[in-house]
Ligand binder design. Structure first.
Ligand SMILES: [Ca+2]
Ligand SMILES: [Ca+2]
Ligand SMILES: [Ca+2]
Ligand SMILES: [Ca+2]
Length: 285
């Protein structure tokens, strides 16, 4: 097993004391950005989340929560701790909404993160210990082990908008053709504003038997398709650097997700291994 993966597995144990039941979100003090006041109970066993069809494709540019296209979609929370420690709302808070058309699953997230951290310039190195938006996709909701195959993918979208996952060879690879990504900070004249990030993705879905040796064409999405899905955020603010750790060795502080994962031996960080812990989406039209 590569050293990097060992580090990640160990990370999941460090400081993990309990699964968060729900975060109580603080209301954010800027227009149109009040996060949910309480988190619904979201579990992998819950009914599929209905995702609305959009006849007009949203522009992926990391702007505009008020875009009429996105008003068709319902905000969903990211309240569950999967590794590390539970953050204050000013440290991390996230919510997201989804749309689809025949070409893409679209995602708009609003992320509050007090410090943006990208200490490893190599996009293939310990990307989960830099800030990253992580999207888990299982195009046919087959579930099962996917660490080194593509029956499901865990795209770690980094601050440079590149998408990384483990390939069939057990090593990290870029899958930038699968995920179009853009993010920006929200400007405000309020000095107390959290300056959240609007992060937008357009995600291609691929067949269960996609391989790196024989990449297949993306799927044409269809109404009533059931898709395995989770969203997570790897939050590192570099706080361990101030206590002596080298930036290249710093470890993410919080790994927060959209779905409750039943821990195994105390470990809730199972999404990158097992697609059976994902939630489900139904494409509605
Ligand atoms: Ca943070
Ligand atoms: Ca990096
Ligand atoms: Ca699958
Ligand atoms: Ca951060």
């Amino acid at each position: 097993m590569p050293h990097a993966i060992t580090s990640r597995t160990l990370t999941s144990w460090v400081g993990l004391t309990a699964v968060s039941v729900a975060l109580t979100f603080a209301l954010l003090g800027h227009s149109g950005s009040a996060l949910a006041s309480s988190a619904p109970s979201v579990t992998a066993a819950a009914a599929p989340l209905s995702v609305a069809y959009s006849a007009t494709a949203p522009t992926i540019d990391g702007t505009n929560l008020d875009d009429a296209i996105w008003q068709q979609a319902t905000w969903q929370p990211m309240p569950y701790l999967m590794a590390g420690t539970k953050p204050q709302s000013s440290d991390f808070t996230g919510r997201y909404r989804l749309l689809w058309d025949e070409q893409y699953l679209y995602l708009q997230a609003e992320i509050v993160d007090d410090v943006l951290w990208d200490s490893r310039p190599n996009p293939l190195e310990a990307y989960w210990d830099d800030d990253a938006l992580e999207v888990f996709i299982d195009s046919d909701a087959s579930g099962g082990k996917h660490f080194d195959n593509h029956s499901a993918l865990a795209y770690h979208v980094a601050l440079d908008n590149q998408a990384v996952d483990i390939g069939d060879d057990g090593k990290p690879h870029l899958y930038n053709a699968h995920v179009k990504s853009a993010w920006q900070r929200v400007a405000s004249n309020n000095p107390a504003a959290p300056y959240p990030i609007i992060w937008e993705l357009a995600i291609r879905l691929y067949p269960n038997n996609y391989t790196d040796a024989k990449p297949l064409s993306p799927l044409t999405l269809q109404a009533n398709q059931i898709i395995g899905f989770m969203l997570a955020y790897c939050d590192n603010d570099g706080s361990d650097v101030s206590t002596g750790k080298a930036p290249s060795q710093s470890v993410r502080e919080h790994f927060m997700g959209s779905h409750f994962i039943q821990p195994v031996n105390g470990d809730s960080n199972r999404g990158y291994l097992d697609a059976s812990v994902f939630g489900k989406l139904r494409l509605s039209k």
